[in-house]
Write a protein that binds this ligand. Structure first.
Ligand code: SF4
Ligand code: SF4
Length: 95
């Protein structure tokens, strides 16, 4: 299991005012596209930058639309994407 520090947050915590955070271990991604194709809220898009393996990982371009359903995480065959509750949002009393 990776620690939070070992994962690369797509949306830095200080910039996110949403309840959910999408965290991607970019170098585990094999660019299958399941996460950004099947996200029911169109939160994710294919990055325009490739990872160290030459694949394009997802980017959470519409994080404010995320409902934390976890489908992206469940579908990823490489365990490269995770959904986390944004602790900063909770501390500020967000819902
Ligand atoms: S948790 Fe659900 S809504 Fe959020 S990015 Fe993943 S699939 Fe989309
Ligand atoms: S489902 Fe996983 S391996 Fe496929 S594009 Fe998304 S993060 Fe990468």
């Amino acid at each position: 299991m990776l620690t939070r520090q070992e994962r690369a947050p797509i949306v830095p915590e200080e910039e996110s005012n949403t309840k959910w955070r999408i965290v991607v271990n970019e170098d585990w991604c094999k660019g299958c596209g399941f996460c950004y194709t099947f996200c029911p809220r169109e939160v994710l898009e294919k990055s325009d930058k490739f990872n160290t393996k030459g694949y394009y990982p997802p980017v959470a371009t519409n994080i404010d639309r995320c409902v934390g359903c976890g489908l992206c995480e469940a579908l990823c065959p490489d365990f490269a994407i995770h959904v986390e509750e944004n602790e900063e949002h909770s501390k500020r009393g967000g819902k």
